[in-house]
Design a protein around this ligand. Structure first.
Ligand code: SF4
Length: 291
């Protein structure tokens, strides 16, 4: 849809909250309604500061210091909710040991990925995992077995392995373009490798919607947090595909207001899967009224 007044803003056909994010937020709200006592998150439920601030305003305690184990050990009483990104199963055991209640808001798509990885490990097959270093989802996948070979998405180096059957899994929010490049490197070394392509449907559709960017677009604006993998991948893909356009990532309306736009130009607007409408809509409104 085109807004005809002032600055022209075209929204991507698909953007913003995915099903996994909605699931995690509904899940936390449900737990909050049903359970008495303190509720703890061991870090970000998902990567959006506004959402995290809202959760804390609603009484959810967010622990951030030190390691995940230390955070659990610091809790005397209450319920731990594991984040949407997945977690090391040993953390559940630690909660049990401490007599803490725990709940799991992991996205079903991530759970499926972890189950598949476990299956390959059980069959004693070689497992590669492509992910972003220190991202919660990568850490959760790598926690499943110490023999998983990690391929750093930002600096992909393919290790030498001995076994014939090689499985390649990946974090759900990578760029489909960059993943193709990494696959080519892997296939050169391991032509028989089984490539699972675990980019989730929500991530893929938001990335494909960037194909809607036409010639006359001058600015591509991605809304979301710098810490959000899928948001950053949208920016990365837009920069790779549209070198002639100005690609910008904003997380708040204040940031947008500080930027000096040429109002005669057109904008394409998209947002990561964890960016709430409460951020997107006021920014879209602000931009279309710029003159
Ligand atoms: S981006 Fe994909 S994997 Fe991540 S929460 Fe959303 S649906 Fe799940």
């Amino acid at each position: 849809m085109w807004y005809n007044q002032n600055m022209e803003v075209k929204k991507a056909s698909i953007y913003g909250f995915c099903e996994g994010v909605k699931y995690a937020l509904n899940y936390v709200a449900k737990v909050k309604n049903e359970i008495d006592g303190d509720i703890f998150l061991l870090g970000n439920l998902l990567h959006n500061k506004n959402i995290m601030d809202e959760l804390q305003k609603n009484g959810i305690k967010v622990l951030t210091k030190s390691t995940l184990e230390d955070r659990i050990n610091s809790i005397e009483k209450g319920t731990v909710i594991f984040s949407a990104h997945g977690h090391d199963p040993k953390l559940e055991k630690l909660c049990e040991k401490k007599g803490l209640n725990f709940k799991d808001a992991t996205c079903p798509r991530v759970i499926k990925n972890m189950q598949e990885i476990n299956k390959a490990i059980k069959n004693k097959e070689e497992v590669f995992y492509i992910g972003i270093k220190n991202h919660e989802e990568s850490n959760a996948a790598l926690s499943l077995n110490k023999n998983i070979h990690f391929i750093d998405y930002q600096n992909p180096i393919i290790e030498d392995v001995n076994k014939n059957k090689v499985h390649v899994f990946n974090q759900t929010t990578l760029s489909h373009l960059a993943l193709e490049d990494i696959y080519q490197k892997i296939q050169k070394k391991y032509p028989q490798a089984i490539l699972h392509n675990d980019i989730c449907h929500a991530t893929y559709l938001r990335q494909k919607a960037l194909d809607e960017i036409k010639e006359d677009i001058f600015y591509v604006i991605v809304l979301g947090d710098e810490t959000s993998s899928n948001t950053k991948r949208l920016k990365e893909i837009a920069e790779t595909k549209y070198k002639d356009k100005i690609v910008l990532l904003f997380s708040t309306l204040d940031e947008v207001k500080k930027y000096k736009f040429d109002c005669s130009k057109k904008i394409f607007l998209t947002a990561g899967a964890s960016t709430p409408d409460s951020i997107i809509n006021p920014i879209a409104e602000y931009l279309k009224n710029l003159n």
